[in-house]
Design a protein around this ligand. Structure first.
Ligand code: NOJ
Length: 767
């Protein structure tokens, strides 16, 4: 629709119809099969408004979307199509590794590709907007939502968010037949027929970057808890990823549940108006997180729903996700002059513009197509991408005596036992794979069974959880959400596992964190492998000479004992639909695990929050001196068990010294840093070469080091490659004493290393 017509439409709407556009309700409140409108109006929206609400969430599937839209359009007076949003976080039907794992790929392009693939499945399934990517920086593994983040580094997170937005929105705003340039949204004003030509298939889904801002910094890693930090840290570390999303043209931003400088994001004018809209120029739609406007009352900054609605509206929140606050109060607030007609119109305009950009006025069903679902869901190319991703995201933590890759057992005579609750577990996708097809998941057992000549025995051995690992387990069991093993089954499984171990030469133990332990509301204080699994590992270790642990997890776990007990440890996170195939390929050397840690793995929960790019302290500890008056623990080293950026490979590599083409960087210019990297192993492989910089002195305290570049070098056995990085003044910039973002002259150190613990061996001066 042309902009002029859209304006006419806006002005023709009644107050109720306008307010409706700003309300999002769960699908079960709308007409669905066998259900009347409003029968479940828990939010007290009222029938008139319900007929005209602007959007719904997590209603997916072509048939369902078409039915709901059809019914909606029959009853709505404004006849403006409903917008379908959904949590499509790391895949739709085909599920990819969790974002924390994707962060280990150090390959933003991989995320762009899999978000574009996800968009294809999603469009067929009727989704129009995804609440993804999550740009929240994470430093505390207790927080269950680490699994939805790409990790602890601001530069990488920004690159990943940009890539995801570009992938999801590919083709969304492009002209006829052409993809949109680097996913950047084309703003309104294009000729209508160029944007939505008849019969042109819908492409791309709108991306909603969340949770703005700093949701990942919840104190103690307890979900929804207080966030409190300096504006400097907020801007330096936490905001860059959201900003990258805005610069990439994301259509939406979601507010976070937490406070920012004492004010909940959802009512935070400074955050939404000054930073997001004025500084960054964001013109898209702002939506709250689930029920966040009503939470302004429980936070204690609003007396009632009306005041909460006023605060949110003043902050610039367009859509109220699933509360009755806007529904019950906006009209009154406008009549009382507390909210202006212009404020209302602006918010509605943004929602209408998004609907227009998606082409809903031309086709309210936008790509929702049962035949396309059949054709696209779990297509072989998506499965292949999921396999590729799982290999690129898995981190080999240990590999003593080169145990991995295992020799193919066929003909070798070695007896292989596959043991553990993740050996044949389809419930290993992570909490947010809510639209994923669990039946399509390939387990390790299945992949082994489908491999000709691979001789193995398998058993689970034990369950993932015991009652004290998860406080809500008894309730879950009681309401039928889960069943537990009987005592007989427990004993039988355990005996079988021990018997298998006795007779095996190699044991592959598939262990991990249960999916219910992570994700939203999944905070933990003990970060060990739960249940009886550690006991299983100890007992198997006593019986088998070679032990490989394949570890499933949604967050960094404390692995000190695992490190001692296992000969090889392969951290696969939650690896997605093709996890089993990828794991088999890695174990037998068909492919090489390529992941490098996106979060530091702690030695102890007491070290948290733990991150490589910490500020320099006045008393840094060298790890050796016998003196307590340093910044140190007296019972644990400061260093992580495995550092950020770490990961082994099946090849080995040696890094030469850093060479700079100049030791002086003139403002505005650049210098080149190089290091020779040699594959010293006997297999070809890919090295993830990392550039770290340290700003030695600044007007404010600077981090001990920061990642500023990554190069993946494919090296043949014996080959030497050159990793080359260009260092610019922009890479040295930060928020100084005066809060201006710029680089300050002085000394910098440079390291080109395999991980964040490497040496910073070269220096230059910025003049
Ligand atoms: C709450 C979560 O915090 C958010 O990430 C999600 O998108 C919404 N619920 C909608 O399901």
């Amino acid at each position: 629709m042309k902009e002029e017509k859209l304006r006419e439409l806006l002005h023709s709407l009644s107050m109720t119809e306008k307010i409706g556009q700003l309300i999002q309700v769960p699908g079960n409140m709308l007409h669905a099969e066998g259900q009347e409108l409003g029968v479940r109006d828990e939010l007290g929206i009222g029938e008139e408004l319900l007929k005209n609400v602007g959007s719904t969430l997590n209603v997916v599937g072509a048939e369902q979307v078409r039915r709901v839209q059809e019914e909606y359009l029959k009853h709505s007076s404004a006849k403006i199509p409903l917008l379908f949003m959904a949590d499509i976080i790391y895949g739709f039907r085909t599920v990819y590794p969790i974002p924390l794992a994707l962060g280990c790929s150090f390959e933003p392009e991989l995320l762009r590709r899999l978000c574009a693939a996800t968009a294809q499945e999603s469009v067929a399934g009727g989704a129009q907007v995804t609440f993804s990517p999550m740009g929240d920086l994470v430093r505390d593994a207790r927080w269950g939502r680490c699994l939805e983040s790409t990790g602890e580094d601001p530069t990488m997170n920004a690159a990943y968010v940009r890539a995801c937005v570009e992938g999801f929105q590919e083709g969304l705003s492009g002209k006829t037949g052409e993809p949109a340039e680097s996913g950047a949204a084309t703003k309104t004003g294009e000729p209508e027929q160029a944007r939505h030509p008849e019969n042109a298939p819908a492409r791309g889904i709108a991306s909603c970057v969340k949770h703005f801002a700093a949701y990942g910094a919840a104190e103690g890693g307890r979900d929804y808890n207080t966030v409190d930090m300096s504006e400097r840290r907020l801007r330096q570390d936490y905001l860059p990823s959201y900003r990258a999303g805005v610069e990439a043209g994301c259509e939406m931003i979601m507010t976070s549940f937490n406070i920012v400088d004492g004010i909940p994001s959802t009512g935070n004018r400074w955050l939404m108006q000054d930073v997001l809209r004025k500084e960054w120029g964001f013109e898209g739609v702002v939506i709250t997180d689930y029920a966040a406007i009503a939470e302004l009352i429980t936070h204690g900054v609003a007396r009632d729903k009306k005041e909460a609605a006023q605060l949110a509206m003043e902050a610039g929140v367009d859509i109220d996700m699933c509360t009755g606050c806007y529904a019950g109060s906006l009209e009154e607030l406008i009549k009382e002059g507390k909210i202006s007609q212009e404020q209302l119109d602006e918010a509605v305009w943004r929602v209408l513009s998004l609907k227009n950009k998606l082409g809903l006025f031309e086709d309210p069903f936008r790509g929702a197509d049962a035949a396309a679902e059949q054709e696209l869901y779990l297509r072989e190319e998506f499965r292949a991408l999921a396999r590729e991703a799982a290999v690129k995201c898995s981190v080999l933590l240990e590999n003593r005596n080169g145990l991995l890759p295992l020799a193919p057992t066929a003909g070798s005579g070695a007896k292989l036992a596959l043991i553990g609750p993740f050996a044949d577990n389809r419930d290993a996708l992570g909490m947010w794979a809510i639209h994923g097809d669990q039946d399509a998941v390939v387990t390790i057992r299945q992949a082994f069974s489908e491999t000709p000549g691979l001789d193995f025995d398998w058993t689970e051995g034990c369950e993932t959880l015991l009652a004290d690992d998860y406080a809500d387990l008894p309730a879950l069991v009681e309401n039928g959400g889960r069943s537990c093993w009987s005592e007989e089954k427990k004993e039988a499984e355990w005996s079988r596992a021990m018997a298998l171990a006795e007779g095996a030469d190699v044991a592959v133990l598939a262990l991990g964190e249960d999916t219910v332990q992570g994700g939203e509301g999944g905070s933990r204080t003990r970060l060990t492998i739960p249940g009886d699994q550690m006991r299983l590992l100890r007992e198997v270790r006593k019986r088998v000479s070679s032990v490989v642990v394949v570890l499933f997890a949604g967050r960094p776990l404390v692995l000190d004992e695992v490190k001692e007990l296992a000969d090889a440890v392969l951290l696969v996170w939650y690896p997605g639909t093709e996890g089993g195939t990828a794991i088999r390929d890695m174990l037998f050397g068909v492919s090489e695990p390529q992941g490098r840690l996106s979060m530091s793995l702690p030695r102890s929960v007491g070290q948290l929050p733990l991150y490589y790019n910490a500020f320099s302290t006045g008393r840094p500890y060298d790890g050796k001196t016998v003196n307590r008056f340093f910044s140190r623990y007296t019972d644990c080293p400061n260093t992580p068990l495995y550092p950020y950026g770490y990961g082994l490979s099946y090849h080995t590599a040696e890094y030469g010294p850093v060479q700079l083409d100049s030791h002086t960087l003139n403002g505005g210019g650049s210098i080149t840093a190089r290091a020779a990297v040699t594959n010293t192993g006997s297999r070809d492989g890919v090295e993830t070469v990392q550039l770290y910089l340290q700003d030695v002195t600044g007007s404010v305290v600077r981090p001990v080091r920061e990642l500023k570049g990554v190069k993946k070098l494919a090296l043949k056995a014996g080959e030497t490659g050159i990793a080359e990085f260009t260092i610019t003044e922009e890479m040295l910039s930060f928020y100084g004493k005066d809060m201006q973002y710029r680089a300050e002259p002085g000394l910098f150190r440079v390291g080109i290393c395999p991980d964040s613990s490497g040496e910073l061996g070269a220096e230059f001066e910025l003049v």
